[in-house]
Design a protein around this ligand. Structure first.
Ligand SMILES: Nc1ncnc2c1ncn2[C@@H]1O[C@H](COP(=O)(O)OP(=O)(O)OP(=O)(O)O)[C@@H](O)[C@H]1O
Ligand SMILES: [Mg+2]
Length: 230
């Protein structure tokens, strides 16, 4: 009788030998990271150590000098620019450090926009966008022009937009940085529920100990490597 094959958890994110130098500094130095589906990682580190650069490399926005990033089985580092954009649309939800929302659009339109570029019917997209706005306490602001929202409201909107496509990998860069205690708690609750609810992987960059402590694994970026904190 054949012996049972050991089951290894599916990896939503696998990083091997990631290197990136900019302005004479090595920000990422032969960095290795595995994040199984259904789990979360928090990345900490001082300002300027390369955390946002790391997330941009993981999302295929910045191409590293060397190394390989695989998302849900797809090698994003080997793909062309248009293929990387398509992989990002299909598999990655990114909460940018500075929101990167379109100020001319309403809150609802900003959340719906990425999914409207997919094959999902627009009616379904808007229904999900409205439900995400509700979960993030932005119900009353769906028709508001994004330019009129507060910093914290925009940050919650950026979280909703990252989740609209039910991604395999959620990357969040300081998602609670401009939120007060209550709103930060609501955003952290939503983000850290995702790995179990949607079998995705979550990587959160944060300076907030109350956010980092929710992650399954806490890592610190130092001298271009990720070191285990917990
Ligand atoms: N295109 C670039 N040209 C020159 N320097 C750059 C470039 N991109 C990033 N840097 C530098 O690389 C370093 C890392 O930047 P990064 O934004 O990744 O830091 P961070 O860890 O996210 O910081 P913070 O916590 O303040 O957001 C910084 O010193 C930044 O000035
Ligand atoms: Mg940053």
């Amino acid at each position: 009788m054949p012996s049972p094959t050991p089951t290894t958890p599916a990896l939503s994110l696998s990083v091997r030998g990631l290197r990136y130098r900019v302005a004479g500094r090595t920000l990422l130095d032969d960095l290795v990271l595995d994040v199984p589906a259904g789990t979360s990682v928090a990345v900490t580190g001082p300002s300027g150590c390369g955390k946002s650069t790391l997330l941009n490399c993981l999302a295929g926005i910045t191409l590293p000098d060397a190394g390989k990033v695989t998302i849900a089985g797809h090698d994003i580092t080997a793909a062309s620019s248009s293929k990387r954009a398509a992989l990002r649309l299909a598999h990655v939800g990114m909460v940018y450090q500075f929101g990167e929302l379109l100020p001319e659009l309403t809150a609802l339109e900003n959340v719906a926009l990425p999914a409207l570029m997919s094959t999902t019917p627009p009616g379904d997209v808007y229904a999900r966008a409205e439900s995400l706005l509700g979960e993030l306490g932005l119900d009353g602001l769906r028709a508001s022009p994004t330019a009129t929202l507060s910093g914290g409201e925009r940050q919650r909107l950026a979280v909703a937009r990252a989740l609209i496509g039910s991604p395999d990998l959620v990357l969040a860069d300081e998602p609670t940085g401009s939120l007060d205690g209550k709103a930060a708690h609501a955003v952290a609750e939503l983000l850290f529920a995702l790995p179990a609810e949607q079998r995705c992987a979550l990587v959160v960059v944060t300076h907030a100990p109350s956010v980092a402590e929710r992650a399954d694994v806490v890592l610190a970026l130092a001298d271009g490597k990720l070191e285990g904190v917990r």
